[in-house]
Design a protein. Structure first.
Length: 159
């Protein structure tokens, strides 16, 4: 990661408030590692067992919540949107992740689906397990993320 990306990560997580400063330090290390390998698995990004185990411990820590992790990003996004004079478009998408599971409690029930009729003519149904992910992307009319501060440094990351 170059200097612009490191500064961007630090600004992005500045609004994160964890129960313990050590958790924020661990989160900073995780973000730095993952930022250079977007889309890769945690073991591949972490490179060794000690860092992989530390990452999984961080994500399963009862004192770390989704809200803690996303707070800085949400705050930074609001600042970027508020600092732009351009129109900001919010693009939304909902994606279904469907998994086969013996126990639907392990992941969540999405819906029950009609599976047709059995040999006796009775209606059959099965449970679809999975999750819904709703994501949003804020962009300006130029198709770039709104930025506050140093737009050229940030936009160079997204080009």
């Amino acid at each position: 990661m170059d200097e612009n990306e490191v500064g961007w990560f630090d600004r992005e997580i500045a609004g994160c408030h964890f129960a313990d400063e050590r958790l924020k330090g661990r989160f900073r290390k995780l973000i730095a590692r993952m930022g250079g390998s977007v889309g890769q698995s945690i073991p591949l990004v972490c490179q060794d067992w000690a860092n992989t185990k530390a990452a999984y411990r961080f994500f399963s820590n009862d004192r770390v919540s989704e809200a803690d992790i996303l707070a800085g990003h949400f705050q930074s996004t609001c600042e970027r949107v508020g600092a732009t004079d351009d129109l900001v478009f919010m693009l939304h998408d909902t994606t279904e992740f469907v998994y086969q599971r013996e126990s639907s409690e392990a992941i969540g029930i999405k819906k029950s689906v009609n599976s047709g009729r059995d040999k006796a003519g009775r209606l059959r149904s099965h449970t679809v397990c999975g999750i819904l992910m709703h994501s949003s992307l804020a962009i300006t009319s130029d198709g770039l993320p709104p930025v506050a501060g140093e737009p050229e440094a940030i936009h160079s990351i997204f080009r």
